[in-house]
Unconditional design. Structure first.
Ligand SMILES: Nc1ncnc2c1ncn2[C@@H]1O[C@H](COP(=O)(O)OP(=O)(O)OP(=O)(O)O)[C@@H](O)[C@H]1O
Ligand code: SF4
Ligand SMILES: [Mg+2]
Length: 321
């Protein structure tokens, strides 16, 4: 059986004043139907560019220079633009951090959802509204029938984000890319939405890529985790392995800075330094200036991943405990 999403060697570059930067560098992963993959990394690590590249939404000064993006075995990069547009929203959809990227403020929820349904499927308005109502119910929105006649501003931030997720689900896509969709929300609402998303993935068999800078968010929700640093995937494995037995020093650092792992009042360890600018990456391993395990070889040789189940892009990975 094909993976719902299979990304192979995806590479995206931007031409900037400081030269060409590689924002997504040879990224590969796959997500099986019904599984949730957490894509984690600090700001600027390339998570959103990865999401946009998968959907074919990279614009000047950016371009995808390499790689394949297979959705249920079909290569999106080999598709003519018209066909790709029709895949978007139908087979692959995206949920953004700000639900107003999806929602139209001047249209009632029911009107915009039924329009979204009818872009890809022939059905009358009544059927489209019924489909919309079901999608709202699926994401845990109470009294979905009443919400159809609401305008976005009449809903709370959490409800608006649920509506955006419901819209992404309308065509029962194979893949949903969710780019930090709960970051702006209160922690308890985040938890509720994540629980709904977990249930949806199980029920609809949609494969979900959940982008976040917060490893704690995905630790309880995701099946698999990919950790990104400076455009590369530096560690990947099952969520259980990555959280319990991180192998890359960067992942270890991220986990050490997760609140809740330390006694209240103690100082949280932070990874020293900041994400390097892509136009000024150090030689060898891009993490070496911040890495407690760095040695000479890290300065001269870029690490190469040894592929296997739980993989780290590192010369001196932490031992699997
Ligand atoms: N339009 C652009 N022009 C030039 N460079 C860009 C552009 N968009 C992104 N980049 C480069 O790609 C890098 C990764 O950006 P991206 O938005 O994917 O980061 P991110 O991991 O989603 O960060 P955040 O957590 O802040 O959303 C940026 O640091 C920047 O160097
Ligand atoms: S390759 Fe070296 S510098 Fe890079 S993460 Fe591994 S030990 Fe640290
Ligand atoms: Mg982003």
């Amino acid at each position: 059986m094909n993976a719902a999403l299979d990304v192979q060697g995806l590479t995206t570059r931007f031409d900037t004043r400081a030269g060409t930067v590689t924002a997504v560098n040879d990224v590969s992963f796959s997500v099986e139907p019904g599984r949730i993959m957490g894509l984690v990394g600090e700001s600027g690590s390339g998570k959103s560019v990865t999401g946009f590249s998968i959907l074919g939404l990279i614009e000047e000064p950016g371009r995808i220079t390499d790689g394949r993006v297979l959705v249920e075995g079909t290569d999106l990069r080999a598709m003519p633009p018209g066909q790709l547009r029709s895949m978007r929203g139908r087979k692959v959809s995206m949920v953004f951090q700000d639900p107003m990227m999806t929602l139209n403020p001047v249209l009632r929820i029911g009107d915009q959802m039924s329009m979204a349904v009818r872009v890809h499927e022939r059905m009358n308005k009544r059927q489209a509204l019924a489909r919309s109502r079901d999608a709202l119910a699926k994401v845990g929105i109470p009294s979905p029938e009443e919400r159809l006649s609401a305008y976005p501003h009449q809903l709370s931030g959490g409800m608006r984000q649920r509506v955006a997720i419901a819209i992404a689900l309308l065509h029962r896509p194979a893949v949903i890319i969710a780019d930090e969709p709960t970051t702006a929300l209160d922690v308890s609402i985040q938890g509720q939405i994540l629980a709904e998303v977990r249930r949806l993935a199980d029920e609809t068999r949609t494969a979900i890529v959940w982008v976040t800078h917060d490893l704690a968010v995905v630790s309880s929700l995701a099946d698999d985790i990919c950790v990104m640093y400076a455009g590369r995937i530096v560690e990947r494995g099952t969520a259980e392995d990555v959280i319990a037995r991180p192998r890359h020093p960067y992942t270890r650092g991220l986990l050490d800075s997760v609140p809740g792992q330390h006694a209240p009042g103690t100082h949280l360890p932070q990874i020293p330094g900041s994400t390097p600018q892509l136009s000024r990456l150090p030689s060898g391993c891009p993490f070496r200036n911040r890495c407690p395990r760095a040695t000479e070889v890290c300065t001269t040789e870029p690490p190469v991943a040894r592929f296997g189940g739980h993989t780290a892009l590192c010369h001196h990975p932490l031992e699997a405990a």
